[in-house]
Design a protein around this ligand. Structure first.
Ligand code: ATP
Ligand code: MG
Length: 185
């Protein structure tokens, strides 16, 4: 039976890397990147105060739903915005990453301090997980890493309905030197 597999999580958590490995492991599968669909089809509704393009979520949802449900093999749809929508019939995986690792990746990308701090706080509070668990009937959290795609394949082979949430909140304070005032909000 063909499946729709959603891979979501905080920016930099490893979604694209893991989705590509999963795609290589699942013969005949189709890989759909929400970011690619967004920019290729220009599905933006406005420009935010800081100059970033704002996704038209309804248009993106319509396009991703259409692409995910066409064809014969499994569809893998990846992107952080996937947590904030519901692709019908999909099993969702939220990729989690340790805050120290995530900070290193986001710094390497040259993100401004405010953006790094926003993303670290989102990961600590499991923002994507909170949304994904309410949007998807079948939802699992998986730690990022070399074997994350194997863990996903293992879960897909079971009848399990949900996983527990992964707790990373305790990693937040040491990230900011133990000083809550240094967190940029
Ligand atoms: N398991 C891993 N081990 C080591 N490095 C990794 C791993 N997974 C991802 N990375 C590295 O982390 C960076 C971010 O990974 P990736 O682009 O897959 O994240 P993403 O969640 O898709 O980010 P975005 O939301 O911005 O698209 C990349 O440089 C990638 O090489
Ligand atoms: Mg990506």
């Amino acid at each position: 039976m063909r499946r729709i597999i959603v891979i979501t999580g905080t920016p930099g958590s490893g979604k694209t890397t893991i989705a590509k490995r999963l795609h290589s492991s699942l013969k005949g599968s189709k890989l759909i990147s929400a970011n690619e669909v967004l920019s290729k089809k220009g599905l933006f509704s406005s420009i935010s105060k800081d100059g970033a393009k704002v996704a038209n979520m309804k248009a993106l949802w319509r396009e991703l739903s259409k692409e995910a449900s066409s064809g014969h093999g499994d569809s893998i749809v990846e992107g952080h915005l996937l947590s904030e929508m519901r692709i019908k019939g999909a099993t969702a995986f939220v990729i989690r990453e340790h805050l120290g690792v995530l900070r290193g990746r986001l710094e390497k990308r040259g993100y401004p301090m405010q953006k790094i701090s926003d993303n670290l706080i989102s990961e600590a509070l499991d923002y994507c997980g909170a949304h994904a668990f309410s949007n998807y009937r079948r939802c699992f959290e998986v730690m990022s890493g070399r074997n994350a795609h194997l863990k996903i394949l293992e879960i897909l082979g079971t009848k399990a309905q949900n996983s527990t949430r992964i707790e990373l909140l305790e990693e937040l304070m040491p990230m900011f030197g133990g000083d809550p005032d240094s967190i940029v909000l």
